[in-house]
Ligand binder design. Structure first.
Ligand code: IMP
Ligand code: MG
Length: 183
C-alpha cells in the first residue's frame, strides 16, 4: 500500500489555509444572508467536500440540497455549453436565496449555463461560491461571488477535486506528478 501523497508533485493550498479561508467565507456568508431563506446547493461530486466544511462555519439557519449535472456531447462540451440535469434539486426555489457551492470555476461554461436555468425557478437570488478559480482558463462571462483561492492553469486534485475519481479525499489541494497522467 502506498499513500496518495506520493503522487503529488507539490501542494498549492494547505489544509490550514483551507480551514482558515472556509471560516472566513462562512462568516461572510452568515453576515450577508442574515434574515434570508438560505439554500446551499452543492454540485456533485466535487463540491461536496467544500460544502460539508463550509456549512459548519455558517452560523445562520440554512438548508442544503444537491444536484448532478453533465455536459452534452462529451468533447463538444466547450463548444455547445449545454448542460443536462442528471439529478435535480428536491427543493422548490421560489423565494429562496440560493448559494451554489462548487469546487472550482474553470472555463465557467457549466455554471454559466446552469445558473440561468435555476434563475427561471423564481428564487429570490442565486449566487456562486467556489473554493478555487482558474481565471486564466475562463471562457464564459461568470465570476464567483465568494472565492477561496485563485490557482494557476494546472490540473489540481484534492479537497473534492479528482483525477479519474481518485484524490477527492486529500485534505489539501495539490498538483499531480506528470507521470500519474501518462502511465
Ligand atoms: P467548467 O468551469 O465548466 O470548465 O468546469 C468545472 C469543472 O471541471 C469542475 O467542477 C471540476 O469538476 C472540473 N475541473 C476543472 N478543473 C479541474 C482541475 O484542475 N482538477 C479537477 N477537476 C477540474
Ligand atoms: Mg465538478
Amino acid at each position: 500500500m502506498q499513500g496518495m501523497d506520493q503522487d503529488i508533485d507539490h501542494i498549492l493550498v494547505s489544509e490550514e489555509q483551507l480551514r482558515q479561508k472556509v471560516a472566513e467565507l462562512g462568516a461572510q456568508i452568515s453576515r450577508d444572508y442574515e434574515g434570508c431563506d438560505l439554500l446551499m446547493v452543492s454540485i456533485l461530486k466535487g463540491g461536496a467536500v467544500f460544502m460539508a466544511d463550509l456549512m459548519r462555519t455558517v452560523t445562520i439557519p440554512c438548508a442544503i440540497d444537491f444536484m448532478v449535472v453533465s455536459s452534452y456531447g462529451g468533447a463538444n462540451t466547450e463548444s455547445t455549453g449545454l448542460v443536462k440535469i442528471v439529478k435535480d434539486l428536491d427543493a422548490d426555489l421560489s423565494g429562496k436565496d440560493v448559494l451554489i457551492v462548487e469546487d472550482i470555476l474553470d472555463t465557467g461554461i457549466t455554471l454559466s449555463n446552469l445558473l440561468p436555468m435555476l434563475r427561471l425557478r423564481n428564487p429570490n437570488s442565486v449566487r456562486l461560491c467556489t473554493i478555487l478559480s482558474k481565471p486564466s482558463r475562463r471562457k464564459a462571462d461568470i465570476e464567483p461571488d465568494y472565492l477561496g483561492f485563485e490557482v494557476p492553469d494546472e490540473f489540481v486534485v484534492g479537497y473534492g477535486l479528482d483525477f479519474d475519481e481518485k484524490y477527492r479525499n486529500l485534505p489539501y489541494v495539490g498538483v499531480l506528478k506528470p507521470e500519474i497522467y501518462t502511465r
